[in-house]
Design a protein around this ligand. Structure first.
Ligand SMILES: [Zn+2]
Ligand SMILES: [Zn+2]
Length: 154
């Protein structure tokens, strides 16, 4: 299997048995299921889901709804033709929804790419990348994240 372990959950591109399409998935130890945009467009009016976040007036619900609606067209259930496409789909989801591009550091660090001194990092879904002004951008971060998602678990 190929993928990445994060917060005790295993993230990987999985091939569906039903039609051999790929979708990005998470395995929390009990059941593997699709994650990110591959889950399809969520039912924002599902009462059970609203209860999880409070009510339709709760800040948590409003915040979530805004994020989902902003990327409405990215959600899909039809899978991907290749593993690489499924990986790219989930990286896109993380960069759209879980990226803090300019996170100030308490002490100076060095850019992961060119080695110059920097006081900023980009944070994606809890993973930190210390980067200079020039390299703190979405394309660079995707490039740095990709090998982790495509690495092989032995
Ligand atoms: Zn997808
Ligand atoms: Zn740099």
């Amino acid at each position: 299997m190929d993928g990445i372990l994060h917060n005790m959950k295993y993230y990987f591109a999985a091939q569906r048995r039903i039609d051999d399409k790929w979708e990005f998935s998470v395995d929390d130890g009990s059941l593997a299921h699709p994650v990110g945009y591959c889950v399809g467009y969520p039912d924002l009016d599902d009462p059970e889901f609203i209860t999880l976040l409070g009510t339709k007036e709760s800040p948590a619900y409003i915040y979530y709804r805004q994020f989902v609606e902003a990327h409405k067209h990215a959600y899909h259930r039809d899978g991907h033709g290749t593993r690489e496409e499924a990986v790219a789909c989930y990286l896109g989801y993380l960069l759209d929804n879980r990226l803090t591009l300019n996170h100030p550091l308490k002490v100076d660090s060095i850019c992961k790419v060119c080695g110059v001194t920097t006081w900023y990092a980009s944070v994606v879904d809890g993973r930190r990348f210390d980067l200079c002004d020039e390299h703190r951008n979405r394309t660079q971060i995707e490039y740095l994240m990709r090998p982790g998602f495509e690495s092989h678990r032995s």
